[in-house]
Design a protein around this ligand. Structure first.
Ligand code: C2O
Ligand code: CU
Ligand code: CU
Length: 509
């Protein structure tokens, strides 16, 4: 409730308060509308795509019998290409599609019984458009997003970000893909249309009445909530039908806390062509791929040498994630299970050729960082009922000097997972930018316990989430450009985020 009060205070504070008293004929609501980011569509902004997006209670058929009560996004295109907003079969997974440089307006309607706000994960947008929890709106309220899409082509996503309730709202069903295309990607000539498919992986627990079960106790909160059923694109026992050709597959780990170690069951390697911030420079082959919460990976899956009737299973391999030295060591470990199946069900002659070169990525030079000599270090800390970074849990409006950076500069940040009481991996996410992973180092005795995971992380290219293994220090480099203001960085295990393993950083001019 404190946050709600603060929000309302902010909404009416500032310039408005002085002349509010002088102009009693203006209602508070009208005044607030003019002062608040997101309160109304601006007449001067001409969107290429204008959509309405509501977060609302609903239900979906996951099992035979009783439908499952969920929270879901519903949307429609008001202006622009109809492909700009699409709902996948099952009605649980929306996809927004835009081309780089296009102007987007999203009229968000909160039809939930609690406050919410939508965050565009991975996008580079002004602070007021980022879906920070300080901008959360109450039930029945609206927030109008307007921004120019300025990210390279890639698979981004969106989800709610209200303070303390992100985990519950995402778990309830609120997540969508945000696909950006650009000219460089087009030139790569990758499979498109029906040969470009999304797989959003999430895990859930259901009770006997087919209803979602979320956090039952503090240990689940501290470990991160793990489900015992896997959904892909909102469906159980998901099977993808494919033709005898190659596909571009975009995977998002939309789970609250589960890490997947993905591999094919036919012994062939996975061909990785992209990750969080779009296409890699060139394809990589890996025996398995680690996908931590909020991470994306794009695969090239070629069925052109297969016959109709052939099957393939994507499995998650077992791993141990903790060092086993803390009281909760291994808490995020996992056994083996199938994630989804692919069935070749038709023969076509269309051929797709995997490009040797996918995109151009200019590597950051560490010596260009203003803090090259002394990178900022951030200790990720999980204790009994409390999560923090450098000893501080989330504070709505605060950023310390250590969390203040200069616009136009490049910096190296080091995320340190020194374990302490809880030894578990933390997928660290930074808002507003894509970074490059420079280095991982750590105590080999501790890191090796999670080595089966670390070896599968795709650190190449542009990233906005990096999995930091127990005992590991991971250095990333980033540039703060275009926008000043307050942005978040946090662990993307949503229970950790909600417990306070999240902080603001401030970009100052
Ligand atoms: Cu997926 Cu704070 O974000
Ligand atoms: Cu984000
Ligand atoms: Cu965490």
């Amino acid at each position: 409730m404190i946050d709600l009060d603060r929000r309302q205070f902010l909404r009416t504070a500032g310039a408005a308060s002085a002349w509010l008293a002088a102009l009693p004929h203006l209602s508070l609501a009208q005044t607030a509308q003019r002062q608040t980011p997101g309160a109304a569509a601006s007449p001067g902004f001409t969107p290429d795509l204008d959509i309405e997006l509501a977060a609302t209670p609903g239900e979906t058929a996951i099992f035979p019998g009783a439908p499952t009560q969920v929270w879901q996004f519903r949307g429609r295109v008001l202006t622009g290409a109809s492909a700009g907003f699409e709902m996948l079969p099952g009605g649980m997974l929306p996809i927004i599609r835009v081309h780089r440089g296009q102007k987007l307006r999203v009229r968000f309607i909160n039809d939930l019984p609690e406050e919410s706000i939508v965050h565009w994960h991975g996008l580079h947008v002004p602070q007021s458009m980022d879906g920070h929890p300080r901008h959360a709106i109450g039930p029945g309220q609206r927030f109008v997003y307007e921004f120019k899409v300025d990210n390279r082509a890639g698979t981004y996503w969106f989800h709610p970000h209200p303070h303390g309730r992100t985990g519950a709202q995402v778990y309830g069903g609120l997540a969508g893909l945000f696909q950006v295309s650009d000219d460089e990607e087009r030139a790569a000539g990758l499979p498109a249309g029906e040969f470009d498919i999304p797989w959003v992986i999430q895990d859930r627990v259901f009770n006997n009445a087919n209803q979602l079960v979320y956090l039952q106790n503090m240990m689940q909160r501290m470990n991160g909530f793990l489900g015992n059923r896997v959904l892909v694109n909102g469906q159980l026992d998901f099977t993808q039908s494919v033709a005898t050709t190659a596909y571009r597959v975009r995977l998002l780990n939309g789970s609250n806390a589960r890490i997947y170690r993905l591999a094919r069951d036919d012994g062939r390697p996975l061909t990785v062509i992209g990750n969080d911030g779009g296409l890699l420079e060139r394809p990589l082959e890996r025996p398995f791929v680690t996908l931590a919460p909020a991470e994306r990976v794009e695969l090239w899956l070629d069925f052109s040498d297969r016959s109709v009737g052939d099957r393939l299973t994507l499995r998650s391999l077992p791993f141990r994630a903790g060092g086993g030295m803390g009281m909760m060591g291994g808490g995020a470990g996992s056994g083996e299970f199938p994630v989804l199946r692919v069935r070749v069900d038709r023969k076509i002659t269309k051929r797709h050729v995997l490009p040797a070169r996918l995109s151009t990525i200019t590597a950051y030079r560490p010596e260009d960082a203003v803090n090259y000599a002394a990178p900022r270090r951030f200790h990720l800390q999980m204790g009994m009922g409390r999560a923090a970074i450098n000893g501080r849990s989330f504070e709505m409006m605060a950023a310390t000097p250590h969390e203040t950076v200069r616009l136009g500069t490049q910096e190296i940040w080091e995320f340190a997972n020194d374990g302490g009481m809880m030894t578990m991996p933390h997928p660290l996410h930074v808002h507003n930018l894509q970074f490059q992973v420079l280095a991982r180092r750590g105590d080999p005795r501790i890191v090796s316990a999670g080595g089966d995971l670390a070896a599968g992380s795709i650190d190449a290219g542009w990233k906005d989430v990096v999995l930091v293994m127990p005992g590991e220090h991971v250095r990333v480099m980033m540039r703060f450009s275009d926008h000043t203001g307050l942005y978040l960085y946090h662990c993307h295990i949503l229970e950790h985020e909600d417990m306070g393993m999240m902080r603001n950083y401030r970009v100052v001019a």
